[in-house]
Design a protein around this ligand. Structure first.
Ligand SMILES: Nc1nc2c(c(=O)[nH]1)N[C@@H](CN(C=O)c1ccc(C(=O)N[C@@H](CCC(=O)O)C(=O)O)cc1)CN2
Length: 285
C-alpha cells in the first residue's frame, strides 16, 4: 500500500526548480502522479503543487530531511501533507442553512473529505432548520455589537480546543474583527452572495435588482479584515432577467452559493489553492 503525499511550495523564481524538486522526489522512491507549477512574472515567484506516491513509507522522513536542505537553499515556503489525513473543519452559520446543509451532505456521501469538528451559530439550533446538526457538536454563541470581543473569544476557544484547521463561513452574517481575521488568516473561507467585486455587503441581491443586472453570482474567498476583499478562490454566475424579483434572485442565488462554496472548500482541502499576495493560484485537477 503506497502512501500518497501532496507537496506545495513557493519561492523566488529561478531556473531548474521543477527538475530539482522532481529529482529529489524520485531519489526517495517517489512516483509523481500530478504536477502543476506557475511563474508569477510580476512577483518573480514560482509556485508548485506535486502529488506523489512513495513506494516505501520509511522514505518519507528521509525525503523530508533532503527536501528541507533544498528548500532552505531556494528560500521556499513549503508544506508536505499525507493525502489520507482528513482536515479538521469548523462550520459557522447564521440563519440561512443552504450552504451548511450542502457541505454536510457532500461530506456524508464522501464527496468532501473533511473531519467536521462542529458547527457554531449566532442563532439557536432550532432556528437553523437543518436536521443534520444533531450529528455534530453545536455551539450557539449569540452576538451584539457590545459582546463581539467575548463572542469571538468563544469562537477562538473552539478553534483551539477542536484543532480546527479550516473555518468556513457558510453564510455567517457577522463581520469578523481585524484581530479575528488575522488569527484565521489563510484558513477561513467565506461565501459572498454576489459576483465580487460587485455588490459587497449584507444585501447584494437587493443591490443587484436595483441595478438591473442580467447576471448574478457568488464568490468564495479567504477572509481578511477588509470586508469582501479577501483573495478569491472560486466564482460562478447565473443569468437573471428584468422579471426576476429580489426574492427570485435569492432563490437562484442559493444554488450558485452552494456550488461555489463546496468547490472552494474542496480545492482548499486538496491543497490546490496557493496564496499569491492578495490573489490565489488554483491548481485544478
Ligand atoms: N472580516 C470579515 N468578516 C466577514 C467577511 C469578510 O469578508 N471579512 N464576510 C462576511 C460575510 N458577508 C458577506 O459575504 C457579510 C456578512 C455580514 C455583513 C454585515 O453587514 N453584517 C452586519 C450585521 C448583520 C446582522 O446582524 O444580520 C454587521 O456585522 O454589522 C456584511 C457582509 C462574514 N464576515
Amino acid at each position: 500500500m503506497t502512501d500518497t503525499y501532496i507537496l506545495t511550495l513557493q519561492c523566488p523564481d529561478q531556473p531548474g526548480l521543477v527538475a530539482e524538486v522532481a529529482s529529489c522526489i524520485t531519489e526517495y522512491t517517489g512516483n509523481i502522479l500530478e504536477a502543476h507549477n506557475f511563474n508569477d512574472r510580476d512577483a518573480k515567484r514560482f509556485f508548485m503543487r506535486i502529488e506523489f506516491d512513495l513506494a516505501e513509507a520509511s522514505a518519507c522522513a528521509k525525503f523530508k530531511d533532503a527536501f528541507t536542505v533544498l528548500a532552505d537553499t531556494k528560500g521556499m515556503d513549503w508544506a508536505l501533507r499525507d493525502k489520507r489525513q482528513a482536515r479538521k473543519v469548523l462550520l459557522l452559520v447564521s440563519k440561512f442553512d443552504h450552504c451548511l446543509s450542502d457541505l454536510l451532505y457532500r461530506n456524508r456521501i464522501g464527496e468532501l473529505d473533511m473531519d467536521v469538528v462542529g458547527v457554531i451559530s449566532n442563532h439557536p439550533a432550532e432556528s437553523i432548520g437543518t436536521t443534520s446538526l444533531k450529528h455534530f457538536p453545536f455551539w450557539h454563541f449569540p452576538i451584539t455589537k457590545e459582546t463581539k470581543p467575548q463572542q469571538e473569544a468563544q469562537i477562538k476557544q473552539v478553534v483551539e480546543e477542536t484543532g480546527a484547521e479550516l473555518v468556513v463561513l457558510a453564510r455567517y452574517m457577522q463581520i469578523l474583527s481585524d484581530d479575528m481575521s488575522s488569527y484565521l488568516e489563510g484558513r477561513c473561507i467565506n461565501i459572498h452572495h454576489s459576483f465580487l467585486p460587485g455588490f459587497k455587503g449584507a444585501q447584494p441581491y437587493h443591490q443587484a435588482h436595483a441595478r438591473g443586472v442580467k447576471m448574478i453570482g457568488a464568490t468564495a474567498h479567504y477572509v481578511t479584515a477588509d470586508l469582501d476583499e479577501g483573495p478569491i478562490i472560486h466564482q460562478d454566475v447565473e443569468t437573471v432577467s428584468h422579471a426576476d424579483t429580489p426574492q427570485d434572485m435569492v432563490r437562484k442565488g442559493r444554488d450558485i452559493e452552494r456550488q461555489v462554496l463546496a468547490e472552494a472548500v474542496r480545492l482548499h482541502l486538496e491543497d490546490r489553492v496557493l496564496l499569491d499576495g492578495q490573489k490565489t493560484i488554483v491548481f485544478r485537477s
